[in-house]
Design a protein around this ligand. Structure first.
Ligand code: COA
Length: 147
């Protein structure tokens, strides 16, 4: 596998593949503008670290986006999202990507890797396999309303 930094140059292709996955597999309703905005927002956060994955045939097979977060006692990396594109699931690409992210952020001084996961058997298996655990001292909170 090959990994490169996500830049504005690859953004159009990433956005299209992102939409292709979410709007067909997960029944989402991304427009190009919304998907572009979502990814671009994270890319432009201070200390962002976003990468693209290519397989050995040169196909773009996934991307990740996130950023380093400074705490009092350590530097962490928050993985906002990892997506393996349509046609490349369940063949180890996601696991390879997580290992690569861990390598890169360790080299850059981060001692902690965190994310918010979908709470289902698939995601739990995927992240636990990579050594992640569910935080016991934190709870995801939200509030929602109709406009
Ligand atoms: C989550 C995701 C990144 C995993 O990538 P991937 O390349 O398919 O991951 P891998 O092939 O390395 O591993 C997938 C594992 O899940 C397992 N799996 C697949 N479907 C499953 C299910 N329904 N229940 C339990 N395990 C499941 C696979 O068998 C494999 O485990 P194994 O290696 O022990 O056999 C990918 O599915 C994805 O991009 N999903 C859409 C975006 C997303 O949800 N991102 C994460 C946001 S929190």
């Amino acid at each position: 596998m090959k990994y490169t930094e996500l830049t504005e140059k690859e953004l159009d292709e990433v956005v299209k593949k992102y939409i292709e996955y979410y709007n067909t597999v997960e029944d989402c309703c991304f427009t190009y503008e919304k998907a572009y905005k979502r990814i671009h927002q994270v890319m432009t956060i201070e200390d962002a670290m976003c990468q693209i994955q290519y397989d050995d045939n040169g196909s773009m097979t996934g991307f990740c986006m996130g950023y380093y977060k400074q705490f009092d006692d350590l530097l962490a990396y928050f993985l906002e999202e990892i997506v393996i594109f349509t046609g490349f699931h369940n063949i180890g690409y996601g696991s390879d990507f997580i290992a690569e992210i861990e390598d890169v952020v360790k080299k850059n001084g981060a001692e902690h890797l965190e994310l918010i996961s979908v709470n289902d058997a698939h995601h739990m298996h995927f992240y636990e396999k990579a050594g992640f655990y569910a935080a016991k001292n934190l709870s995801m909170m939200g509030k929602h309303w109709q406009l």
